[in-house]
Design a binder for this molecule. Structure first.
Ligand code: URA
Length: 244
């Protein structure tokens, strides 16, 4: 075997063993692979995998996740260790949507596992919600923006189809949008959290409630009370109230 092929094969096997044992990549030097030329079709256009054109391709969360883990649609893929796809139950009452993974989420490949995640779990528990029981937690972008900056508009745009597919698959009773990025992206609005919170918004038949991001609450305690009001509103809706 040609030495370059052998080195590439070894790297691929190491990556595969990381994925099989850990579900994400160990900290290793960036792998360098030779990129094969794209397959040509009759029209000369590059095509995706066959199944993307197959109307009977079964949509499962696992399929979406596999695409996300291999996604290279935007620059955030360059620096990620693990994409944080999302986690929770498959028939959630509430889909909680944040902005994007931070440092700890990028390490573990799970959403909201850092300090903001700890607070989020407490906030949800206060209204009997739990990612292990009746919630699903996801983000607008699945890969960590460097230095935890806000995801850029083109990055949000590139990642949004994954969230759309998660929403379609999970069919939550309601969506809780955490913070400005999630709220503005989901509602296609330019308004801030203070203006968008306080009432449900209809998003193609799914009620969306906006509240403050737990990171913002950690920085500013005065946001605790309005966030609590929002969570109570969500609970009342889930308990059979209407979404005003
Ligand atoms: N902040 C987010 O918006 N999402 C996470 O997963 C973690 C922190």
């Amino acid at each position: 075997m040609d030495p370059t092929d052998r080195a590439e094969l070894n790297t691929r096997l190491e990556l595969l063993s990381d994925w099989l044992s850990l579900g994400c990549r160990r900290q290793r030097p960036e792998p360098v692979f030779r990129v094969p030329p794209p397959p040509e079709t009759g029209s000369g256009k590059r095509r995706g995998p066959e199944w993307l054109d197959d109307p009977f391709y079964p949509e499962t969360l696992e399929n979406i996740q596999n695409e996300v883990l291999r996604c290279a649609k935007c620059r955030l893929a360059l620096n990620r260790r693990c994409a944080a796809f999302g986690e929770g139950v498959l028939t959630p009452e509430v889909l909680v949507v944040g902005e994007g993974p931070g440092e700890e989420e990028d390490k573990q490949g799970r959403p909201f596992v850092g300090p903001a995640g700890k607070l989020l779990d407490k906030m949800l528990a206060a209204v009997d919600l739990d990612r292990g029981r009746n919630c699903y937690i996801a983000n607008v972008v699945k890969c960590r923006p460097p230095m935890n900056r806000d995801p850029a508009p083109d990055e949000r745009e590139a990642c949004l189809p994954y969230l759309e597919r998660q929403i379609r698959f999970l069919r939550p009773k309601a969506i809780l949008a955490l913070g400005r990025t999630a709220a503005q992206t989901l509602l296609k609005s330019e308004r801030g959290v203070a203006a968008l919170r306080g009432a449900f918004h209809d998003r193609r038949g799914v009620p969306v409630l906006v509240t403050y991001h737990p990171s913002a609450i950690l920085r500013d305690e005065t946001l605790k009370r309005p966030a609590w009001e929002d969570l109570k509103r969500l609970r009342a809706f889930l308990d059979g109230g209407t979404a005003p």
